[in-house]
Each structure stands twice: as structure tokens, then as C-alpha cells.
Design a protein around this ligand. Structure first.
Ligand SMILES: Cc1ncc(COP(=O)(O)O)c(C=O)c1O
Length: 305
């Protein structure tokens, strides 16, 4: 890897671990959203080996998929721009002019291709993917959310680093938000049964557990689970209790959460009495989406740190 890339992916997690107090409880948060690297949150680990492959194979960049407020789209566009790589985003639904995530992606040079919600369903269809590859032969195709084998190679390294921190601080449980499952799968692989990993579903349904199991692909790794009914009814569903929790959490801890992933995780951890020093919660990022959320729904969500 070039020195630019090595530096971007050389994130020292020990500097990001914070002991937090909230409502008289103290617990750990691994603040990946506060890394000084160009890519923040879980995306650094998900992109690392994918970008390395793009460069090793002499490709020009990546083509990927996401919703109009996607963190994956946002971080991929920013990173490709800084690394001098091209990026194309196949976007689910209409792109509105005032959407800050899409604006940032565009500003970072991403070519945005909106698809209707029904056409977007083709994103897993091998024939459609082959068609896209012929249209963009020099780009590496990355699935929605960036989850693939190379992403899990990266998140496994994150799991190793988390394991080291758990040993140092005598932490027995790790909490992480689950979308496509690539982040938790790598963490489970990296922790090797040493610590219990609890996934908090950002979506609703038992498919989350099945997806994670397939991605982990190792039946000897048993110390983990996924809570699949914690998403306020589904992906990007929310209510005012959640928003109030995020506001209060921010006021008390100075840690900004997002309402799609980390806010739900911390809300559910709090309401299931898990906030104590045996727990480390992984802040996977995503707060870029708060501005768009605020504009869309007119709620008073904190947006800066
Ligand atoms: C901020 C944030 N947290 C958690 C996740 C869930 O990660 P994964 O899709 O790997 O399960 C995502 C999606 O990638 C995300 O953007």
C-alpha cells in the first residue's frame, strides 16, 4: 500500500477507548467515530483490504450501492477522492437537492446513479452485476454496506485490536450495531471466544442472526448473539424516546450518537441494564447522517461534537 493508505488505515484504537459515565453507570465506549483518520467508524476496517485490492490490481476505483443517507456511500466517496480513485454510487430512490449525504458524495467526485426502489432490488442479481462490470470494467464492485470477504478480513483485525483492549481493561462483553453483519462477523472472528459479542440489530428480523452466522462461517465461535428486535420496528424507524435519549446522552457524555445504528444500540443497552464496566460499546460512526435526519424530520438531533 502507498504510505497515504497505510497512514489512513493505521488507526490506534487504544487512543479511542473512553470510560463513560451516564446516569450513575460507568462503561466503555470505543469511539471509532473520533479517529483522526480520513475514514471514521467501522468503514476504515471494511474498506481497507478492498481498497488495497483496487490498487494492487491497478483498477481505477470502486462502484458500490447504498441508500440516499448511506454512511458507506459517504465514506467511500470521501476516501476515494482523497486517494485519487474514482467512485460510482448506485443509489436507492430519488436524490433530493438538499440531501447533505448525497451532496458530500457528489462534492467528493462520486458519480451518482439513482435507481427506482424496484430496480434497486437487482443489486444482488449476478446478471445485473455482470452488466455493471462491463459498463465500468476498471472499477471494483462493492456490495451495499461494503460487506464482503475482504471487509471481514479488515473487521477481524478490528476484533483482534478490541480483544487486546478487553484484556488490558478486563472487559467481558462487547456491544456493536448490526446492519449487513460484516462488522460483527469480523469482531467475532477476531475475539476468538475470548469475550462475549452482542449485536444490536439496526434492522428487525431473525435473518440478522443467519446472515452473521454465514459471514462468521465458523461453528467453533459460539460466544456471541444478535438482538433482532431492538430496531424500533425496522431500519431507520425511530420515535421521540430515541431522539430524547440521544439528546440526553450527548448532554451527559459529550458523545454524539446517530438514530440509525449507535443510538439504538445505546438506548437498548441502557434499557436492558447493560451499562457497567464489563461492557465496551463500539461507536461505529454514522453521525454524518444526523444533519440529513434533522432536515428530513425536523427533530432537534445534535449534529456536532
Ligand atoms: C454507523 C454504522 N454502524 C454500524 C453499521 C453496521 O455495520 P454492518 O453493516 O457491517 O453490520 C453500519 C453500516 O455499515 C454503519 O454505517
Amino acid at each position: 500500500m502507498t504510505s497515504f493508505l497505510t497512514e489512513a488505515f493505521d488507526i490506534k484504537v487504544q487512543n479511542l477507548l473512553k470510560k463513560i459515565k451516564y446516569k450513575n453507570s460507568s462503561f466503555y465506549v470505543l469511539c471509532l467515530h473520533q479517529s483522526s483518520s480520513l475514514i471514521t467508524g467501522n468503514k476504515a476496517w471494511k474498506l481497507k483490504y478492498n481498497i488495497e485490492e483496487v490498487i494492487r490490481r491497478g483498477m481505477n476505483g470502486v462502484l458500490t450501492f447504498g441508500g440516499t443517507y448511506s454512511n458507506h456511500i459517504y465514506q467511500t466517496a470521501r476516501f476515494c477522492n482523497a486517494a485519487g480513485l474514482a467512485s460510482v454510487g448506485i443509489i436507492r430512490g430519488e436524490i433530493l437537492d438538499n440531501n447533505p449525504t448525497m451532496l458530500a458524495a457528489k462534492t467528493n467526485g462520486m458519480k451518482l446513479i439513482p435507481l427506482s426502489r424496484s430496480d434497486y432490488k437487482k443489486r444482488f442479481d449476478p446478471e445485473y452485476l455482470e452488466f455493471l462490470q462491463t459498463q465500468f470494467p476498471s472499477l471494483k464492485l462493492l456490495p451495499e454496506g461494503g460487506t464482503n470477504k475482504l471487509a471481514i478480513q479488515g473487521t477481524t483485525e478490528l476484533g483482534n485490536q478490541i480483544g487486546q483492549l478487553c484484556r488490558e481493561h478486563i472487559i467481558a462483553n462487547v456491544g456493536v450495531s448490526v446492519g449487513t453483519g460484516g462488522t460483527i462477523a469480523g469482531i467475532i472472528c477476531g475475539l476468538k471466544n475470548e469475550v462475549y459479542t452482542c449485536g444490536f440489530g439496526a434492522l428487525k428480523g431473525d435473518f440478522l442472526l443467519d446472515d452473521a452466522r454465514k459471514l462468521v462461517n465458523n461453528e467453533t465461535l459460539v460466544r456471541w448473539g444478535v438482538e433482532d428486535d431492538q430496531a424500533f420496528g425496522g431500519y431507520a424507524k425511530w420515535n421521540m424516546d430515541l431522539i430524547q435519549f440521544i439528546q440526553e446522552f450527548y448532554t451527559e457524555t459529550n458523545i454524539l450518537l446517530d438514530p440509525i445504528y449507535t443510538g439504538k444500540m445505546m438506548f437498548n443497552a441502557y434499557h436492558s441494564d447493560r451499562l457497567d464496566e464489563s461492557w465496551m460499546f463500539i461507536h461505529t460512526g454514522g453521525i454524518q447522517g444526523n444533519l440529513g435526519f434533522r432536515k428530513r424530520f425536523g427533530v432537534d438531533l445534535p449534529i456536532t461534537e
